[in-house]
Design a protein. Structure first.
Length: 223
C-alpha cells in the first residue's frame, strides 16, 4: 500500500473515532442529566418516612409521595410508580397523546429518556381492565430499561410487587408474567369487546409468557 493512501486511511479512521467519541460523550451526558433530574425528584417528592398504610413487614413500602406538590409542578403527573429492588421509582404522567412525554421530563425539561407515562386512552384512576404504561428501554437500565429482567422467572418472582401512589391511596399490583412482545400485539389492548374479551386477553398473556408465570389471576381486580 502506498504511503499516501495509508495516510488518507489513517486520517479517515481518526475522524470516525473522533465522531464516535463525541457521540458517546453526548449519550453519557444525556444519561447523567436524566439521572440527576430523577434523583432530585425522589429527594423532593418521595420521602422515606414510613408513612405507608401499613408496615414493611406487612408488604407495604415505608415511603410516602407528596403527589400534591408534584402536581403543582405539572398537573399531568397522576401518580408515582415504584417497584422495590429495581430502578423503577418515578413520577407517572398522562399527556394529551402518547408523544408528549416521549422526550420530556415530569418538570417539562427536554431529555432523551423522557418520562414514564400512561397511555392517554386509559383511565387516570387505574380503573381500566388493562392500564398501559410506557417507558424508554434505556441502555443503562434506567426508566423501563430494567424490565427486560422480568423475562427471568426467578427475577419476576422476587420483584413481583408493583406500587402505584395516588392521592389518598396506594395500589399494590402483583406481576404474574413477563415476556417480550411487538408494538402491535394484543398486550396493548385497553378496551375489551366480543372480539377480545378479558378472559381471552389473559389467555394471550399466559401463552406469550410460556413458563414465565407466577400465580396467574383468574378475574379482574376490584378497587
Amino acid at each position: 500500500m502506498k504511503k499516501s493512501v495509508r495516510i488518507v486511511l489513517i486520517a479517515a479512521l481518526a475522524v470516525v473515532f473522533a465522531v464516535s467519541a463525541v457521540q458517546l460523550i453526548r449519550i453519557g451526558l444525556a444519561y447523567k442529566k436524566a439521572g440527576d433530574l430523577y434523583a432530585k425528584s425522589r429527594a423532593e417528592y418521595r420521602m422515606q418516612e414510613g408513612a405507608a398504610p401499613s408496615s414493611e413487614a406487612d408488604g407495604w413500602p415505608a415511603i410516602s409521595v407528596d403527589l400534591a406538590a408534584l402536581q403543582k409542578t405539572n398537573p399531568d403527573v397522576i401518580s408515582w410508580v415504584y417497584i422495590p429492588g429495581t430502578d423503577v421509582d418515578y413520577p407517572l404522567l398522562r399527556g394529551a397523546d402518547n408523544e408528549q412525554y416521549l422526550h420530556q421530563s415530569y418538570n417539562l425539561q427536554k431529555t432523551a429518556s423522557g418520562s414514564i407515562f400512561m397511555d392517554y386512552r386509559c383511565a387516570a384512576d387505574f380503573t381500566d381492565d388493562n392500564t398501559i404504561i410506557y417507558g424508554h428501554n434505556m441502555k443503562n437500565g434506567s426508566m423501563f430499561g430494567g424490565l427486560k429482567k422480568y423475562a427471568d422467572a426467578d427475577y419476576l418472582k422476587e420483584h413481583a410487587d408493583v406500587y402505584v401512589f395516588l392521592r389518598g391511596r396506594i395500589l399494590r399490583y402483583r406481576a404474574f408474567a413477563g415476556y417480550k412482545t411487538g408494538d402491535t400485539s394484543q398486550s396493548y389492548a385497553y378496551a375489551f369487546t366480543d372480539g377480545l374479551d378479558f378472559a381471552s386477553f389473559l389467555q394471550y398473556i399466559t401463552q406469550s409468557a410460556g413458563e414465565n408465570i407466577v400465580g396467574a389471576p383468574t378475574e379482574r381486580p376490584h378497587f
